[in-house]
Design a protein around this ligand. Structure first.
Ligand SMILES: [Zn+2]
Length: 979
């Protein structure tokens, strides 16, 4: 699944939290970890058993060849025959024949599921998943003795486990195939999961309804009864009944359409490949499409509501290029004859990788070359790359269970960069990769983080796995491994893994085993002179006393190295002390809120470094707690984690930081821009664990007045802006304003240099957009004047004056500061001409200082008519960051909590995003107590979610941080604010 990104990069820069939880165009949100083991206490288990409800007694049986057999009819007293949340492995599905008939007027659907099963272990019950489906009739077909029969089955339901048990009159025999037939009906869902209703208005203002699916992770069971775990792969034959003027889509191409009545048609789709239930998809709509063929003849189509079909071209071209790329890169042909990409008007996350029918939020797929921003282009390209990568990573080879979700998501995230850097070199996507790692480290530095591979069981825990650790950290450690092995060896390992496990399920170790057998060449060269020998092994040319250098027996044990990254939470802090030619290295667990590491974790860290004497990347594998590396000569400075390809942070002891700060001030381009961004990040991280003073970090930030590259500028803003965001929520106006002044001054030259147009490379455009929003929102007068001038022109032309796309947000943000301006901007929100700008307008409206307007926005978002509820989480977070709105947002969140849970599902990123986004700039004990009190008042399932722990831990950290640093910031500003 691709996660929801915000409209543009500017927002993160403009309003990012101190603890960096806000969205950006490169990152698609955060949350976290699994509940403790004691979740199902025995008392609780008993309670659940009592909740078992018998919903149907089906004794109606049909005799095909022999006697009538009535099912063992109970009357409420039969116990549910299974007591675990995971399904038994007594029977396996082989093939599903589904007939689905939605009625878009009554908003209901009926279904008939014929599921062919094979029996592994004798049993008289078939346990399956079912959620909110009303079972009308269930029968089983198969050989009983020598005769083919059809018999009724009794149905029991276990509501809290989302399971049904179909009871057979006689035991089902091992090795035999049976077909279970289930007739059912249900309402189309009002949420964003299962088979759900979506609506949109045409240009003429008519309301249209469509129905679409979102099954990952556990919602296929809400559309048809099924074995809804990823390892129960089967084939699917899907038939959809629809009206004449409707269009039906599913994973496979249409093979025929049958007229059922004058107004009803039954579309039959081809039999699918073997796949998991969460990848099934179908849509009934009035969409239009455009199509193209890939080089190998796969038909690619983009589907949208008819009025937006002219925004589909960019996505179509990108998808064709990317599909061609992946077929080539993975050396495995895409196995389906078609790939449809559909933009759904209501969509919770960013996109979903359903095999052959990927679905997207409209803003994640539709691109208007005239009106879309530069960051929209980047985000659309990356999300298509993500979903298409899943057609191999996830769809073809699937994780055995959700604990290893990262095998899907970490890879898809990582492949976004690998593919787009080749297919769309002009986007320079690789420059932004380190941003992923900063994001992941933000949550991974908390005690509430979790290992990449973490046990999960219930649907809320599974939902919580869709977090920065599975996505971003997963991608970062894969990138680190690729750097360590070298790209060709890494790729060979991936191809082996995908080929070996096609149509199957895998665990973590399967991946490492595939990599291990492929590493018969040397990893990218190390400093100690490893060489490849004729036997294919690498050995070192010299003996050293250190145990960290690569040796023949240990070098290539990818599994041992990678287990330290996937089975332990967090990441290492490497402390570097240079003494002459000796570089002393030490590792410890970096964790916020603790000054010394107590976990005893040890990582195998592929270190890289450059020095004042050599800009050639040197390598060193640190596998012990401490080690020494010997340089050929003494150096003035040493910089580790080159290009930030590693997932660790570095502290330079003694005068190590001073030497680097001096370098940045005197000649910052001596090291790459990602290295600079990396130093900015690390220096502030070290303040949090008291390794450095805030004064030292601020000293480093002074060099930014000479910086012009996007990533160091963004990172500087990401570290500095959140500091005054904390102050904004307390009465600290003096220091707050001084700090704002300092930051504006720091970037003043760069801001002044910006032209107010759309010229330049993608990164120049994104930088411009962020800088101007920042300057205007911070009331830098030249910016405000210019924006006001533009807004007036635009308003006087009644919205027809063409604003440059990349400055639009700054203009809207300034315009929305007056009531008249706000109302005018809102009057454009619903117009078709502004549909690509909706997210920009929402964000600008949410910056208003007018509390009534802010409240009204949230209320409308909840109603979901004018402002779609899919956009509400973001609106709430914007308002939560607004100094005039943060209290409103928190109140709104609390008051509507139960509605949000219903709409977005417990454990979902949308909930996590709202909670973290609204609370992560709190830094007082009163605010902490309020947050704790609210969550402890909720039922256990809500109060134990990982994002609740994260929110609490973040506020605690903010309190600690402010206690230590506030006075020091004040003092530092007094001496340095007139730099
Ligand atoms: Zn994904």
């Amino acid at each position: 699944m691709g996660r929801r990104g915000s409209a543009a990069a500017w927002w993160r820069q403009a309003e990012s939290s101190r603890r960096r939880q806000s969205p950006s165009c490169f990152r698609f949100h955060s949350d976290c970890r699994a509940r403790g083991k004691g979740f199902l206490s025995s008392a609780r288990q008993q309670m659940m058993m009592m909740m078992i409800i018998i919903i149907g007694i089906l004794s109606l049986t049909v005799s095909v060849a022999s006697e009538m057999t009535s099912s063992p009819s109970g009357n409420g007293s039969k116990p549910f025959p299974w007591n675990k949340m995971r399904l038994p492995k007594h029977v396996f599905p082989v093939h599903y024949d589904l007939l689905i008939h939605p009625n878009l007027t009554t908003l209901t659907f009926t279904g008939l599921a014929k599921i062919e099963i094979i029996v592994n272990q004798e049993t008289s019950s078939v346990i399956m998943h079912n959620k909110h489906l009303q079972i009308l009739k269930a029968t089983i077909e198969g050989r009983m003795g020598t005769i083919q029969t059809v018999r009724g089955m009794m149905v029991l339901e276990h509501l809290s486990f989302e399971q049904i048990a179909l009871l057979a009159a006689e035991p089902l025999h091992v090795g035999q195939n049976y077909t279970v037939n289930i007739e059912y009906s249900a309402n189309l869902s009002e949420s964003f999961h299962g088979f759900y209703k979506s609506t949109y208005r045409t240009k003429e203002g008519d309301m249209r309804v469509l129905a679409s699916t979102q099954f990952e992770p556990t919602f296929a069971r809400a559309a048809f009864p099924c074995f809804d775990e990823p390892a129960f792969k089967a084939q699917f034959s899907i038939k959809i009944r629809r009206e004449l003027n409707q269009l039906a889509l599913s994973n496979m191409p249409l093979v025929k359409s049958v007229n059922i009545t004058d107004w009803l048609i039954e579309d039959h789709f081809d039999i699918s490949v073997k796949m998991s239930t969460y990848l099934v998809a179908f849509i009934v709509s009035d969409f239009k499409s455009i199509s193209k063929m890939t080089t190998r003849g796969v038909k690619v189509s983009v589907y949208t509501v008819p009025d937006k079909i002219n925004q589909a071209d960019y996505a179509l071209d990108a998808a064709v290029k990317l599909l061609d790329f992946y077929e080539d890169y993975f050396s495995i042909p895409y196995p389906l004859p078609k790939q449809d990409l559909a933009a759904i008007p209501d969509f919770q996350s960013g996109a979903m990788e359903n095999w052959g029918l990927t679905t997207y939020r409209e803003s994640a797929l539709l691109y208007d070359p005239e009106k879309s921003t530069a960051s929209a282009k980047l985000w659309i390209t990356m999300i298509i790359a993500h979903e298409l990568a899943h057609q191999w990573f996830g769809n073809l080879v699937t994780m055995e269970w959700w604990n290893d979700l990262w095998l899907n998501e970490g890879f898809a995230k990582f492949m976004e960069y690998v593919s787009v850097s080749i297919t769309h070199p002009d986007l320079k996507v690789e420059d932004y990769f380190l941003d992923k790692c900063f994001d992941a480290m933000e949550v991974d530095a908390l005690n509430s983080s979790h290992p990449i591979s973490t046990p999960v069981e219930d649907p809320a825990q599974i939902q919580e796995m869709f977090d920065d650790v599975s996505y971003e950290k997963g991608a970062c450690i894969l990138n680190m491994l690729r750097e360590y092995l070298n790209p060709d060896v890494f790729k060979a390992g991936l191809v082996k893994y995908l080929t070996e496990f096609s149509y199957q399920n895998t665990k973590n170790e399967d991946l490492w085993n595939s990599m291990n057998t492929n590493t018969n060449i040397c990893p990218t060269g190390d400093t100690q002179g490893s060489q490849q020998h004729n036997d294919g092994f690498c050995t070192r040319s010299q003996e050293t006393s250190s145990s960290s250098h690569w040796t023949r027996s240990e070098t290539f044990d990818v599994k041992t190295i990678m287990n330290t990254w996937t089975l332990q939470k967090g990441f290492p802090l490497i402390t570097v002390t240079v003494k002459g030619k000796n570089v002393h290295l030490q590792q410890e667990h970096y964790m916020k809120g603790s000054e010394s590491s107590t976990t005893g974790y040890l990582w195998h860290v592929p270190l890289t470094y450059i020095t004042s004497k050599s800009d050639i990347t040197q390598r060193f594998l640190l596998r012990t707690k401490a080690d020494v590396l010997i340089l050929p000569e003494e150096v003035e400075w040493i910089k580790f984690n080159v290009g930030m390809n590693g997932y660790y942070i570095v502290h330079y002891e003694d005068d190590g930081w001073d030497a680097l700060i001096r370098l940045l001030k005197e000649n910052h381009t001596a090291i790459g821009s990602n290295d600079r961004a990396n130093l900015i990040n690390n220096v502030f991280q070290l303040v949090s664990v008291k390794k450095l003073s805030i004064a030292k970090a601020l000293d480093l930030s002074l060099y930014l007045q000479h910086e012009s590259q996007i990533m160091p500028v963004f990172q500087g803003m990401n570290e500095l802006i959140p500091m005054y965001k904390l102050m904004e929520k307390r009465d600290m106006d003096d220091v707050e304003n001084q700090l704002k002044g300092y930051i504006v001054n720091l970037f003043k030259n760069l801001i002044d240099k910006q032209s107010w147009n759309d010229e330049g490379s993608l990164s120049e455009r994104m930088l411009r957009s962020s800088l101007l929003v920042f300057a205007c929102v911070r009331k830098y007068q030249p910016c405000v004047d210019k924006a006001e001038e533009y807004f007036t022109k635009w308003k006087e032309s009644n919205g027809t004056f063409r604003l440059p796309n990349d400055v639009k947000f700054a203009v809207y943000a300034v315009g929305a500061q007056t009531v008249k301006g706000w109302d005018f901007l809102f009057s454009k929100y619903e117009l078709p001409a502004f549909n690509t700008e909706k997210n920009l307008i929402e964000a600008a409206l949410a910056i208003s200082r007018n509390k009534e307007k802010l409240q009204w926005l949230m209320d409308q978002g909840l109603l979901g008519d004018t402002i779609k509820t899919q956009d509400l989480p973001h609106i709430i977070v914007y308002i939560g960051k607004n100094p005039s709105g943060y209290q409103l947002a928190w109140k709104f969140l609390k008051e509507n909590w139960h509605k949000f849970v219903q709409k977005f599902e417990l454990g979902s990123r949308s909930l996590a995003h709202m909670v973290m986004g609204v609370t992560n700039q709190y830094s007082t004990r009163t605010q902490l107590a309020e947050v704790k009190e609210f969550f402890s008042s909720l039922e256990e399932r809500s109060s134990q979610l990982r994002f609740v722990q994260q929110a609490v831990e973040t506020i605690e950290e903010n309190i600690r941080w402010m206690d230590i640093n506030f006075e020091k910031i004040k003092m530092w500003l007094q001496t340095n604010s007139n730099m």
